[in-house]
Design a protein around this ligand. Sequence first.
Ligand SMILES: O=P(O)(O)OC[C@H]1O[C@H](OP(=O)(O)OP(=O)(O)O)[C@H](O)[C@@H]1O
Ligand SMILES: Nc1ncnc2[nH]cnc12
Length: 177
Amino acid sequence: MAFDAAYIRSLLRTIPDFPQKGIQFIDIFPLFQSPAAVKMVIDHIVGHVKSSISKSIDAVVGLDARGFLFGPLVAQQLGVAFAPVRKQGKLPGNTVQVSYAKEYGEDIFEMEADSIQAGHNVLIIDDLMATGGSARAAGELVKKKGGRVCTYVFLVELVELQGVDQLDAPVFSLLKY
Ligand SMILES: O=P(O)(O)OC[C@H]1O[C@H](OP(=O)(O)OP(=O)(O)O)[C@H](O)[C@@H]1O
Ligand SMILES: Nc1ncnc2[nH]cnc12
C-alpha cells in the first residue's frame, strides 16, 4: 500500500508536558498496534533509500531505545547489518563514547567499537528528531570508527527545533510536526 502520511500521523499521540513541563511529547508506540501501518512505514523508508540514496548502504545504526523499533526492520529489508547506539553502561564490549544534549536532557551514547567497519556507508535511524542532538552524536560515533553517514531517517521531525542544521548528511523525515 502507498504511504499515507495523514493516516500514519493519525495513529500517533501528542501528550502535553511529558516528560517535563513545556514538552509536547509525540508518542509513536500506537503505530505498533497496527502491523499494516508498520509495514507501510518500513516499506516507505526502504523505497526511499533504494530510489534516492546513491551509495549502497552497508549498515543501519539505530538509537536507543525507540530507534530499535525501526532499525532492524529496515536493515533486514535492505539485507545489511544493524548496529545499536546505546545509552551509557548497556553495551558489554569495547565502546566508543560521546556525550550529547537532547530536547529534555543530557546523556552519553556508546557504540561497540567493532560494530561499524571503516569505509562503511551508514544509515542512521530514529523515531524522532527534535533538536538533532541525539542523531548528531550517533553520527559522531559512526565517524569515529571511520564510517560514512549517508543519510539520517526519522519517522517524525519537529521542524521548529531546526535539528536538520545539526546534521551533515541528507535527512529523510516521514512526518513533519
Ligand atoms: O533530537 P533530540 O533533541 O536529540 O531528541 C530526540 C531523541 O529523544 C528521544 O529519545 P530518548 O532519549 O527520550 O530515549 P528513548 O528512545 O529511550 O525514549 C528520541 O527517541 C530521540 O532519540
Ligand atoms: N517532543 C518529543 N516527543 C517525543 N520524543 C522526543 N524526544 C525529544 N523530544 C521529543
